[in-house]
Design a protein around this ligand. Structure first.
Ligand SMILES: [Zn+2]
Length: 202
């Protein structure tokens, strides 16, 4: 119990420490950010049972099972706390619309999904960096070159920030041809599974 409390406290501190001063998308200084979901809330609500959703741990047993809960509340699943309310309503309105998802998936919708994924990558890397920083401070990681270790996360962050700019640009300028759909089919029934995978790189 005490261990769980310590873990929850350390997560809260991590989140407080990584909270950005500026919205990632518009660059404006903000004091609060909205709960932006990688998978739209209406999708999560659709598959939730009593407001809870099974996480990856509920499907495959990961070694970190004791640390990651098997279930998460809809409001806490895949949430990005780094964009302002106005950007959240401006950049994702096409793919966060159930009617649009049933029809032709446009390049703009794919750009919006890609943007959300890379925002999530930024948040994940910031958490990793903060965790590593704490481990170095608490002497849980021994290195005589701590800054070089942290550089790896900075390089990842730089890559993800460039990706965010590119997909944001694709949305604003309505670019086409940057994304390919391999398979798309609308099923006439509900499937209790939702995930985002965006393949990038070579
Ligand atoms: Zn913003």
């Amino acid at each position: 119990m005490a261990f769980k409390k310590t873990l929850a406290k350390s997560w809260r501190e991590t989140y407080d420490n990584i909270k950005p001063e500026h919205c990632i998308l518009c660059g404006e200084r903000k004091t609060s950010y909205c709960n932006s979901h990688t998978i739209p809330q209406f999708v999560l609500k659709n598959i939730a049972k009593s407001g809870m959703i099974g996480t990856l741990n509920a499907i495959i047993e990961l070694p970190i099972k004791n640390f990651e809960k098997d279930e998460k509340g809809v409001k806490k699943s895949g949430v990005i706390h780094s964009i302002c309310i106005s950007c959240d309503s401006k950049y994702f309105k096409d793919y966060e619309n159930p009617e649009n998802l049933k029809n032709v998936i446009t390049d703009k919708m794919l750009a919006e999904i890609a943007l959300k994924n890379f925002l999530m990558e930024i948040v994940r890397t910031r958490i990793d960096k903060e965790g590593l920083n704490n481990k170095i401070k608490n002497l849980e990681v021994f290195t005589n070159r701590p800054s070089e270790l942290l550089n790896f996360q900075d390089w990842d962050l730089e890559d993800f920030e460039n990706e965010v700019e590119e997909h944001k640009n694709n949305i604003v300028k309505n670019h086409t041809g940057a994304y390919q759909i391999i398979f798309h089919e609308v099923l006439p029934y509900k499937v209790p599974l939702a995930f985002h995978i965006f393949n990038f790189g070579n």
